[in-house]
Design a protein around this ligand. Structure first.
Ligand code: XIL
Length: 347
């Protein structure tokens, strides 16, 4: 217990990590001991997204996800299905007929349901819960005008949850989004979840992604969302936690996560290593977050980190390439950051 995150938190909530193809398949040998020691929940970082698992109309690529499920069995870890319906990493053909014309609402929803049947059906009984729909709102709480929404309105969300539940009635179903600390966005997600529930459609929880900075958002504002989601009767999970210590124009200032920025050295200020004083701030930030999670352990069912080690973090490439990021619990050489881990174990 004194060494392992998952053992330290096992009475309270699952501790998860997002995995890439190499970690899921075992090709990255350094991943296994870390996963075995610290994590009891696994999320596919990319390999269950539509473009990866269903790249062409008649072609599924289940291999990488099969590997992840097999690994989870070996580790006795739960599997999170991420994600069935999203506006990103979804090929254009999904929305189009064979002539490249946009599908009608009904044709698109049938295609979506077919995808859900095939994916959820294959992993029936093996996935603890799905991020059924990812990022359907803008930060101001308006529905995101994605190709899904433009074609089908919010019916795409309802039909996705209904289908997933019909195919695997035992799996949990979640709505997942970033910047869920923003009151307008969080309230919109709660409204959606209540609407589904009132219509008799299963939804178990709301995922707060948790891509945070060192100072923002505040612990208080994150706490308000935990409380509101739980008061509405839904499980809360932190689904994609990482802490970006680099200057980042997105998230802090309300820019949309889809915004793109020029690569610029002024954003890559710690490429030679993280200064000691910033490392101390990072430990402190993680500590405050986990104190918050423990305060609300009756509401929170899982805390997942968006990656295993710094070298594999998406933050090296987002919101622009050429960053050297330090967001996770293990460094780029696969060495555990014992200062962070030991602190979290003592929370
Ligand atoms: C990211 C992955 O980490 C990257 O490897 C990929 O290039 C883009 O997607 N919100 C989500 C995740 O729900 O699926 C995203 O993952 C990060 C933001």
């Amino acid at each position: 217990n004194s060494q392992s995150l998952k053992k330290s938190y096992e009475k309270y909530f699952d501790i998860g990590a997002a995995l890439g193809v190499r970690e899921a398949s075992g090709t990255e040998k350094r991943a296994y001991p870390i996963l075995d020691k610290h994590f009891d929940s696994l999320t596919p970082e990319n390999l269950m997204k539509w473009g990866s698992i269903h790249p062409r109309l008649d072609e599924y690529n289940f291999g990488p996800m099969d590997n992840l499920v097999e690994l989870a069995e070996k580790l006795d870890a739960r599997v999170v299905g991420h994600t069935l319906v999203w506006h990103n990493q979804t090929p254009n053909w999904v929305y189009e007929d064979e002539n490249g014309e946009l599908l009608s609402k009904e044709a698109l929803l049938l295609r979506m349901e077919d995808h859900i049947s095939n994916v959820v059906g294959r992993y029936k009984g093996k996935v603890h819960g799905y991020d059924v729909v990812n990022e359907a709102f803008f930060d101001d709480g308006q529905y995101r005008t994605s190709k899904w929404y433009n074609a089908a309105g919010k019916d795409f969300i309802k039909r996705a949850f209904i289908k997933a539940n019909q195919i695997d009635p035992d799996t949990e179903l979640y709505y997942n989004d970033y910047n869920m600390w923003k009151p307008e966005k969080r309230d919109a997600a709660i409204e959606l979840a209540k609407e589904l529930r009132e219509e008799g459609i299963r939804i178990d929880g709301i995922g707060m992604q948790g891509h945070y900075g060192l100072e923002s958002p505040s612990i208080e504002i994150i706490e308000a969302s935990i409380v509101k989601i739980a008061e509405a009767g839904f499980k809360v999970m932190f689904t994609e936690v990482d802490i970006d210590v680099l200057p980042n124009p997105v998230n802090r200032h309300g820019a949309d996560i889809d915004a793109t920025f020029e690569a610029d050295e002024s954003y890559n200020i710690y490429k030679e290593g993280l200064p000691e004083e910033v490392q101390v701030q990072l430990v402190q930030r993680y500590k405050e977050l986990f104190e918050l999670f423990m305060k609300h352990q009756d509401k929170i069912t899982r805390v997942t980190f968006w990656g295993i080690h710094d070298g594999g973090s998406w933050l090296n490439n987002w919101p622009m390439p050429g960053r050297t990021a330090y967001p996770l619990l293990v460094d780029k050489d696969y060495k555990e950051k014992r200062d962070i881990i030991d602190t979290l174990i003592r929370v």
